[in-house]
Write a protein of this length. Structure first.
Length: 256
């Protein structure tokens, strides 16, 4: 079998493993919807001012939670899962098998991309049904899908890269959450960025990919301007993550 066939075969295995763990699958899809309901219940009647636009909080949070779902599936989940598989010796056994390394990595990315697309689709339908959120169409849909694919791939690469700095599985959740949770708050995911957002927060947010990814997703749902530099920044972070993952990724646990 060639590398592509092996990658697709391994992807099917990863997908089966994911769906055969109902609790994991349920909470992967439930968390963004749960947060969406909580935030819209608390702030759904408010108005968020984005530039010259005024948007209902409920509509804003549909876009924000779709972004959160993608980041969770492609960064948080992949990093924590890889660390537990590494500590359990699964990665070491896979590395000694005929399966090429690139096929294993590719299967993890493809699986996460599938989950991310499903999360966005479910969030969009839920938001449309209960909050009247706009669903992207036409050229806006194409740009939206481009940002979704680039963002998902970039966060997968970053998720693989961060595993190089996690010593063991027990430390995976705290380290992963410590690297992403502050950025979620500082990038307008949980707390909307209005016209009165402090300049220093906006400056920090522009450095990292979360804010740029959220803006690209927001353009599809809310109708704010789409900027290609947001796609570029996310892609650059993804390339950096890929380079780090290639150079530093470990197939064996450092715990002796």
């Amino acid at each position: 079998m060639n590398s592509l066939a092996l990658t697709l075969s391994q992807t099917r295995y990863v997908n089966k493993s994911f769906w055969r763990n109902p609790s994991r699958a349920f909470f992967t899809f439930a968390f963004p919807l749960l947060f969406l309901v909580i935030f819209t219940s608390l702030l759904g009647n408010g108005i968020v001012h984005i530039g010259l636009m005024s948007v209902k909080s409920s509509t804003y949070y549909v876009a924000a939670m779709a972004s959160f779902g993608v980041i969770t599936a492609c960064y948080t989940n992949i990093a924590i899962t890889i660390c537990f598989q590494r500590d359990a010796g699964i990665l070491k056994r896979l590395d000694g098998s005929p399966l090429p390394r690139r096929s294993f990595m590719g299967s993890r990315v493809l699986h996460s991309l599938v989950v991310a697309v499903l999360l966005v689709a479910i969030t969009s339908v839920f938001g449309r049904a209960f909050y009247g959120a706009h669903i992207p169409s036409g050229i806006l849909l194409l740009r939206f899908l481009l940002m979704l694919v680039v963002g998902a791939a970039a966060f997968c690469a970053l998720g693989l890269a961060i595993t190089a700095f996690i010593p063991n599985a027990d430390a995976s959740a705290p380290i992963v959450q410590a690297t992403i949770l502050p950025l979620l708050f500082l990038s307008g995911i949980f707390i909307p960025f209005g016209n009165d957002t402090p300049a220093w927060i906006a400056w920090i947010a522009r450095i990292f990919p979360v804010r740029h990814f959220a803006l690209g997703m927001q353009a599809g749902y809310v109708g704010t301007p789409f900027h290609w530099n947001d796609v570029l920044v996310v892609a650059i972070w993804g390339i950096v993550g890929l380079i780090v993952a290639i150079r530093r990724f470990s197939w064996e646990s450092s715990t002796k």
